[in-house]
Design a protein around this ligand. Structure first.
Ligand SMILES: [Zn+2]
Length: 465
């Protein structure tokens, strides 16, 4: 934590705190890693660093509530795959070739990429930690990257043989004790459970009891594609397993009564519209979730096809919901759209913080909260003149516009450049890891045709079983 006080001065401030609102020009005073005040003008105290934010849009750091970060060195490889091909080619395929040092590099690359793009909190949905050494490597990379992270322990891909009768890996107890004995850290912990689509309901019940015994939040895929039509949430509700500590990932094919059950339990949702539309999960549930009283958070999901920044995801989220809304006859005569740019930025900030159980710490520029703050170049060719800051962020922003990134008051990106060289290191290591994975795949019977270049089409799931 950087102890030198700091002022971000003279920016257009989007606080995402309804009581404070937006400031056409304003200052933010940061001390001891926290936001001390937000006001039109703040006189810098002696010794404070002043970062000139003139021409910048200043907002809370973004929150990605679900990313399989370990996959980053294989980015792009699944761009033209179905969900079934992803399962055989990657999740149950190339995943087996990851050594702990590969997982480390994947998490480092993914976390640094996220930071560079303005994501200051990342939930790492880590479901390829087949050994304790893989887990240790995944946690080490998150800690080293400087990002605020939630390491969601998901065990190994071997646990995804459907329907699994294998309980969640008990190594999670060691992980809680060794790395996460305090929840007041930059990297904290959750459990990434398979849930009733992948494991039996008995196993799901036991896994949830383990998470609750450890006092950690749970994140779980439900409602993606045909698998999601098996009423996973209703079946969990029958056993009294729902709770405010669970984030339901995707939700596309859940029935309306299941969304109501989630809402009644106080649960949260993470949607990944890019991947959901790409791989066949069903229409993003944005509007249906809102109707049920649940404000979704946003996520990148599989970074082997989807790009890693939430600006694109915000755009896809709003475009898809508007398209769905506009299918209704007479839609063009409505007085207003149903989903606003501000809603979508809220999904990517304060609603994401809620889904991680961190809204008391992050998600808005509220005095007392941690100073996770980003600035974007409103004076850029892309955004100037700024006429509607939130609308322009949602429709036009990209990582190249992210100028400054603070995590808990520490400047990790400045003047458009990451500060500690982790980006250079992560890229170099990732190329080595990628090459090693492809060399080992060539010697593996069911992965011998794996290759980069865009032409590899793994056998679909049904044919592989
Ligand atoms: Zn996922």
């Amino acid at each position: 934590m950087d102890e030198r006080p700091l002022i971000l001065a003279n920016g257009t401030v989007i606080t995402m705190d309804d009581r404070i609102g937006d400031l056409t020009t304003g200052d933010i005073f940061v001390r001891g890693g926290r936001i001390e005040s937000v006001a039109p003008v703040i006189e810098p105290p002696a010794g404070a660093e002043v970062i000139d934010a003139t021409g910048m849009i200043v907002l809370p750091g973004l929150v990605d509530t679900h990313r399989h970060t370990w996959q980053a060195p294989l980015r792009g490889i699944a761009a033209d795959w179905t969900l079934g091909q992803y399962m055989t080619g990657l999740h149950l395929g190339l995943s087996r070739l990851f050594r702990p040092e590969d997982t480390y590099v994947g998490n480092l690359l993914g976390a640094v990429e996220a930071l560079d793009s303005g994501i200051t909190t990342l939930l790492d949905w880590s479901h390829n930690v087949n050994t304790p050494e893989h887990t240790d490597a995944a946690v080490a990379a998150l800690a080293e990257s400087g990002i605020r992270a939630i390491f969601a322990h998901g065990g190994g891909a071997d646990m995804y043989q459907v329907p699994s009768h294998v309980p969640h890996d008990q190594d999670v107890r060691r992980v809680r004790a060794r790395y996460f004995s305090s929840d007041d850290q930059l990297v904290t912990m959750a459990m990434a459970l398979r849930g009733p689509q992948f494991a039996t309901l008995d196993i799901t019940e036991g896994d949830l009891a383990l998470a609750r015994d450890l006092g950690v939040r749970v994140t779980m895929h439900v409602g993606d594609g045909e698998w999601g039509r098996s009423r996973p949430v209703a079946r969990m509700a029958d056993r009294g397993l729902l709770g405010p500590d669970v984030t339901y990932v995707h939700c596309n094919t859940l029935a309306d009564d299941e969304l109501a059950l989630i809402a009644a339990s106080g649960g949260t949702a993470s949607i990944a519209p890019d991947i959901e539309m790409q791989m066949g999960h069903g229409w993003p549930a944005t509007g249906r979730l809102l109707q049920a009283g649940i404000r979704p958070s946003l996520s990148i999901d599989t970074c082997v096809s989807n790009g890693g920044h939430l600006w694109g995801t915000m755009r896809v989220t709003v475009a898809c919901q508007r398209a769905l809304d506009n299918q209704v006859p007479g839609a063009s005569d409505r007085p207003a759209v149903s989903l606003t740019s501000r809603d979508v930025l809220s999904f990517a900030t304060i609603d994401g913080a809620r889904a991680c159980g961190l809204d008391h710490k992050i998600g808005s520029l509220t005095p007392g909260k941690q100073a996770d703050i980003i600035t974007l170049r409103g004076d850029s060719l892309t955004l100037a003149p700024v006429n509607n800051p939130i609308g322009q962020l949602v429709y036009a922003a990209h990582p190249g516009l992210v100028d400054t990134v603070l995590v808990a008051g520490r400047v990790v990106k400045r003047g458009g450049k990451l500060c500690d060289g982790a980006d250079v290191r992560a890229r170099a290591l990732a190329t080595v890891v990628r090459n090693g994975l492809m060399e080992r795949a060539a010697k593996t019977e069911d992965l011998a045709d794996a290759r980069t270049g865009g032409g590899w089409q793994p056998a679909p799931l049904a044919a592989a079983q």
